[in-house]
Write a protein that binds this ligand. Structure first.
Ligand code: PGA
Length: 270
């Protein structure tokens, strides 16, 4: 059984209170969730927070020694050098990060404005994936279709294209060192989440595509759903047998709501 993961992507939001206060509140609340989980022998969940990078040092100081993990919202595709504004995988690792988000659609959009074609964008994602794994980070690789691609029935094509590039780049076994996140772009920050049935269908497609190369990797890899997950819809979305938790944006800034989402994920195994 795969251990569920809930990742809170704070994006560039300034919470009402400071980031450090929010981290402290999260920490207090996870103690509550831990004691609740102790009463359910099989329930378990990994929880990871993704604050803006300038808070990674605070995050490390506050969360070290706890069961909470953390990561960076982005990573450079390069090792080091004259890349103004970029942050390398080694630097991210030095702040105690476990994870790094790669290929989030909000970052892809920045590149799309430069009119780079999708294949080149997928290649950049693959380079960031390689760089992260080499530096001992677990990439959470986002995959998802735009609203136009969704309505024209291209979801599987878009997903297969990136998956194939990732597998080509480092082989299917290496993919087991990553987490995938299915994030339909039309559902991110819109309040319009995918239906639980749709999420499960796409997650199952991803797993089957990997299974064609290696059934073991397909069985072990965690696939998260992201896009307007809230306390109310989390239990139904997470009920999908191929849905292993969530990548949560807006709702991760509300401690109570985020903890309820984490609890819903933990119940998958409980
Ligand atoms: P959302 O964001 O939960 O606010 O839709 C999800 C994401 O961007 O990962």
């Amino acid at each position: 059984m795969r251990k569920p993961l809930v990742a809170g992507n704070w994006k560039m939001n300034s919470p009402d209170e400071s980031c450090t206060k929010l981290l402290q509140k999260m920490l207090e609340k996870t103690h509550v969730i831990e004691s609740m989980l102790k009463t359910m022998p099989n329930a378990e969940v990994d929880i990871a927070l993704f604050p803006p990078s300038v808070y990674l040092k605070d995050t490390q100081e506050i969360l070290s020694g706890s069961n909470l993990q953390w990561g960076s919202q982005n990573v450079s595709a390069y090792n080091e050098g004259a890349y103004t504004g970029e942050i390398s995988a080694a630097m991210i690792k030095s702040f105690g990060c476990t994870y790094v988000l790669i290929g989030h659609s909000e970052r892809r959009c920045l590149y799309e404005k430069l009119e780079l074609d999708q294949h080149i964008l997928d290649k950049i994602v693959a380079e960031k994936y390689c760089r992260s794994v080499k530096n001992g980070l677990t990439p959470i690789i986002c995959i998802g279709e735009s609203s136009d691609d969704y309505t024209s029935g291209k979801t599987e094509e878009i997903i297969a294209r990136l998956l194939d590039i990732l597998i080509e780049e480092r082989g299917v076994k290496e993919l087991a060192k990553t987490v995938l996140a299915y994030e339909p772009v039309w559902a991110i920050g819109t309040g319009e989440s995918a239906t639980p049935e749709w999420a499960q269908e796409v997650h199952s497609f991803i797993r089957q595509r990997i299974a064609k190369h290696d059934p073991e990797t397909a069985e072990s890899i965690r696939i998260l759903y992201g896009g307007s997950v809230k306390e109310g819809n989390a239990p139904a979305i997470f009920a999908g047998p191929d849905v292993d938790g969530g990548l949560i944006g807006g709702a991760s800034l509300d401690v109570e709501e985020f903890i309820h989402i984490c609890f819903a994920a933990a119940l998958k195994t409980g």
